[in-house]
Design a protein around this ligand. Structure first.
Ligand SMILES: Nc1ncnc2c1ncn2[C@@H]1O[C@H](COP(=O)(O)OP(=O)(O)OP(=O)(O)O)[C@@H](O)[C@H]1O
Ligand SMILES: [Mg+2]
Length: 522
């Protein structure tokens, strides 16, 4: 910033590349208006000596012309001029460039003209004769006034610029903060867990949408600000309270919410200086995980049981075959003995159970050949109807696919599978009136010819949804003494060995359809 420079210091300011004179630009400029050539010459010389650049004009028109092309720092004008007066010039300058100080001079000192000049905004008023000191003094003061006005304006403009820059920066920072905020919000909303933060007094300060479902809340605003121990289910509130009190932050915890199991973690909420400012609670529904865990335990138990059962069955086979052989021998000698028939029937039941158990626990690898499902299904059905007589009371519908491709499989195992299915279907209808007991067996194609399917359908009691999974568990039976609960487990084993799938459609009181899908290419 430069002070009100004396003209000589103006000239010593930094060199400019402007042509013609390097410091020409910095020279202060004066417009001198007087109709007397002598005054113009004398005053110009004095002022130029002082280091000002002086433009002159002899009347209003010349002054106007000069003001239209340049902008002097100070104007000195005679009041009495030919044509328009110096007061007119003063008015014009005040109207267009109010910051230029104007010094009025006159040959006839007159209080009215002086008052009028000041009223119109003249900066100073000099009466002729004017000596060098008066002139230079008035010009220096006017220059200083001009400098102050310019400087004030410059500072104002600079302040405005800084203010704008500051506003821009604040806007930019605000936008960046808003973006960051939105990003953090999106992350919080996108995580699959419920997230809740508490302050040190236990009030909820933040909650994501996922957390609402654990708190039975409709919207976040009604939850924020409430105490967790008034909002959480009582058991959970007490458990969370204990975790916070004991600072037991390293473990996951669980609680039962209706039918669901909820897992949660509590952690301290730290600020930048690692001071605890509250707590963060993360909750997730772990019901599915729990179910799988239970199933795993169950299947491990079953596997152990299966191994055991397999071993026992194996050990039982030889004595059992012995009993059966001797009983049949005795029966041929004493065909009238009912007790013998009972022994044989119970021994046969045991024999079936041991072979079923062995099939599940120690399945033999399938003996693969090309097999025709239509033929096996028909044979099995005929055998059960005619030879064993197990399904003789029902109407049977058969719908075989005419061009069913052969598949690669173990004929005996597939026969076993159909036997179990048909017997289950027939047992499911045993309490139905005979005319409503319809057994339908059939075959078909699925998945654009990649699979063949065989199904056994009944109009029996049906299976409840919640029991559908369990019917494959070994020893699961609803038939009491009549069943061993191994039939479906054997079917699943056989289907797995053949890389197939089982589909069950069932309605309580209406019936069941079990479909087995096997790959065409084994
Ligand atoms: N078609 C069906 N309709 C209704 N319930 C069925 C049907 N098939 C199977 N179930 C249900 O599944 C249970 C298990 O069947 P699974 O064949 O494994 O054993 P089971 O028939 O009881 O005894 P078994 O070992 O003599 O076959 C049955 O007790 C029955 O409750
Ligand atoms: Mg069965």
């Amino acid at each position: 910033m430069r002070g009100p420079l004396s003209p000589s210091s103006c000239r010593s300011s930094s060199p400019s590349l402007m042509i013609p004179a390097p410091n020409e630009e910095d020279m202060k400029e004066i417009l001198l208006i007087d109709d007397e050539p002598g005054i113009r010459l004398t005053f110009s010389r004095i002022l130029e000596k002082e280091g000002y650049r002086v433009e002159t004009a002899a009347n209003f028109a010349e002054a106007k012309e000069s003001l239209s092309t340049s902008c002097p720092d100070v104007v000195i004008s005679d009041i009495i001029l030919p044509g328009a007066s110096g007061i007119e010039i003063l008015k014009m300058i005040k109207e267009h460039s109010p910051d230029i100080p104007v010094i009025m001079i006159t040959g006839e000192p007159n209080i009215d003209t002086a008052i009028e000049s000041v009223r119109q905004g003249a900066y100073d008023y000099l009466s002729k004769p004017i000596n060098r000191q008066q002139l230079c003094g008035a010009v220096a003061r006017a220059m200083e006034k001009k400098w102050l006005v310019d400087e004030h304006k410059r500072l104002e403009a600079e302040t405005l610029r800084y203010q704008r820059e500051l506003e821009d920066k604040v806007r930019e920072r605000t936008r960046a903060l808003e973006e960051l905020n939105a990003f953090i919000n999106n992350v919080i909303e996108s995580i699959s867990s419920g997230l809740i933060t508490l302050d040190l007094s236990g009030k909820i300060t933040m909650v994501n949408t996922r957390a609402l479902e654990f708190l039975h809340g409709e919207n976040k605003s009604e939850i924020i600000g409430q105490r967790y121990d008034q909002l959480f289910p009582q058991d959970l509130a007490q458990a969370v309270g204990r975790v916070i009190q004991e600072a037991d932050f390293s473990r996951s915890h669980e609680f039962e919410l209706g039918e669901r199991t909820i897992g949660y973690n509590v952690s301290p909420l730290l600020d930048n200086e690692q001071k605890i400012r509250g707590n963060v609670i993360i909750m997730r529904d772990i019901s599915e995980k729990k179910r799988l865990e239970r199933e795993l335990i169950q299947s491990e138990k079953l596997a152990t049981l299966g191994l055991l059962a397999g071993k026992i069955s194996h050990e039982m086979r030889n004595p059992l075959f012995g009993i059966l052989g001797y009983a049949e021998l005795l029966e041929s000698k004493y065909p009238q003995e009912e007790e013998l028939r009972q022994i044989i029937s119970q021994a046969l039941r045991l024999k079936k159970m041991t072979s079923d158990l062995l099939m599940i626990s120690k399945p033999k690898p399938p003996l693969i050949t090309s097999v025709d499902l239509n033929a096996i299904l028909r044979e099995t059905l005929d055998f059960l109807r005619e030879v064993t007589g197990q399904i003789k009371y029902h109407e049977v519908i058969q719908k075989y696919h005419p061009n069913l491709p052969l598949i690669q499989g173990d004929k005996e195992q597939i026969k076993q599978m159909f036997t179990n299915l048909i017997i289950n279907a027939s047992q499911a209808m045993k309490d139905q009136p005979a005319e409503r007991s319809i057994l339908t067996v059939g075959t078909g194609m699925a998945e654009e010819g990649r699979l063949v399917l065989a199904y056994v359908q009944d109009t029996g009691c049906g299976i409840a949804d919640q029991d559908l999974e369990r019917i494959f568990d070994p020893f699961y039976t609803t038939k009491g003494e009549e069943g061993t609960g191994l039939g479906m487990a054997v079917i699943r084993e056989i289907v797995n060995k053949h890389h197939g799938q089982i589909k069950i459609e069932s309605r309580i009181g209406e019936g069941t359809r079990v479909s087995v899908l096997l790959p065409v290419v084994g």
